[in-house]
Design a protein around this ligand. Structure first.
Ligand SMILES: Nc1nc2c(ncn2[C@@H]2O[C@H](COP(=O)(O)OP(=O)(O)OP(=O)(O)O)[C@@H](O)[C@H]2O)c(=O)[nH]1
Ligand SMILES: [Mg+2]
Length: 367
């Protein structure tokens, strides 16, 4: 199930599921504006918060979580959560969920893992509170959840392009959803079209989605006669934060004919430099005129690096206030990554997953 938490989360979840989602908010007013299959109102014990939201204060979101914790813990299993990182409601409630997952005593079954998509603010144009809340969120609950290995993929959307490109909110939300759908359509295409090489099915894709790393996905027309590295670098997804060197990858190559088929080995060569053997499929899609590739890179970041990525995405914009907040997080910098690698190995060893991705994709619509 797709769950949207807070203002941005609710709008984007609703759009990506054709209104077939769960919207969560402390604000009755915001909930009333969203089309969703189910609406969950969290109780804040403050009449202002109940009507208007947390007022950029994650503590209010966290308080609200207490009233809906048991219900949410069930609903998030095997689902996808959208939330912004800057406001009070989405940040507060999702922080509690991430902390619950981080501290969970048992191993979370693969089919119950939750995927997350966060919408980060643009430093240069958005309110200071949004920025500070995001730094606390990335450096705290997000990094401990990643370290615990108990989440699925985490997608880091940024509002940078929205502000720089002066793109209306509804259009930008649609761009984000379309981009996500192109990644989610990989196993559908893998089943739909004639397979020429490699193999991608729903089970492979499900397993990939449950790995506890950041996911950067993109898609572009592929020129078999040009360097893959260059093409990838110029076609990274401008809606997402930049990725690091991948620790895992997946791609689906659609060819209009079988002429250049052996060129796909060069893509494997590119990933081999990082000791990555991507899950991949090469299919025949005769409706195309040029080859098209959908690629996903999984990468891991330490908390401080994550916060730095966020800063870098906003063109190294510095403010004393931000620097101060960053300094408070320096202590987290040396957290070992071993736990993550161990989690990764465990995930890889536990084999395939039988979650209902097709149903999931149908709910998202457009596929
Ligand atoms: N891309 C995008 N960003 C949005 C949208 N709505 C809000 N945001 C961003 O989300 C952040 C604000 O968070 P909201 O989701 O509105 O806040 P909330 O979780 O409802 O929390 P409170 O309103 O403080 O209770 C800012 O960075 C906004 O730019 C949207 O529809 N699309
Ligand atoms: Mg709100």
């Amino acid at each position: 199930m797709i769950i949207g938490i807070g203002g941005a989360g609710g709008k984007i979840a609703s759009l990506s599921s054709d209104n077939n989602c769960i919207a969560v908010n402390v604000s009755e007013l915001e909930l009333s504006k969203i089309n969703a299959k189910q609406k969950i109102l969290a109780v804040t014990h403050s009449s202002k918060g109940q009507l208007r939201g947390s007022g950029k204060n994650p503590k209010i979101g966290r308080l609200g979580y207490q009233s809906i914790a048991d219900e949410l813990k069930e609903k998030i299993k095997g689902g996808l959560i959208f939330t912004s990182s800057g406001g009070g409601t989405g940040n507060g409630i999702t922080s509690e969920i991430l902390e619950y997952l981080s501290e969970y005593e048992y191993e979370i079954p693969i089919e119950d893992k939750t995927m997350f998509a966060f919408i980060l603010p643009y430093l240069e144009r958005e309110a200071g509170e949004y920025v500070e809340n995001t730094i606390d969120f990335l450096g705290g609950p997000v990094s401990s959840a990643i370290d615990s290995g108990n989440t699925g993929n985490i997608v880091l959307f940024s509002n940078k392009l929205k502000f720089e490109g002066k793109i209306p909110e509804s259009e930008y939300n649609k761009m984000m959803v379309d981009s996500f759908n192109s990644f989610l359509s990989v196993p559908v295409k893998g089943e739909l079209y004639q397979l020429l090489d490699g193999h991608i099915d729903f089970e492979d894709f499900d397993l990939y989605k449950t790995k506890p790393f950041f996911n950067h996905f993109t898609h572009f027309d592929w020129d078999p006669n040009k360097s893959f590295q260059e093409q990838l670098n110029t076609n990274l997804n401008a809606l997402l934060l930049m990725p690091e060197r991948p620790i895992d990858a997946l791609f689906l190559l659609e060819l209009p004919n079988t002429k250049d088929i052996s060129k796909f080995y060069e893509i494997l060569d590119y990933f081999a430099k990082d000791n990555v053997s991507p899950v991949h499929g090469v299919v025949l899609n005769e409706s195309l005129t040029t080859p098209h590739i959908t690629v996903s890179l999984l990468y891991s970041r330490k908390p401080m690096e994550l916060v730095n990525d966020f800063k870098k995405a906003a063109d190294q914009y510095t403010r004393n206030r931000i620097k101060k907040s960053l300094e408070q997080h320096v202590i987290l910098q040396n957290q070992p990554l071993d736990k993550m690698n161990e989690a990764r190995r465990l995930v890889e060893e536990t084999g395939s997953n039988s979650g209902d991705v097709l149903g999931f994709l149908k709910r998202i619509g457009k596929l």
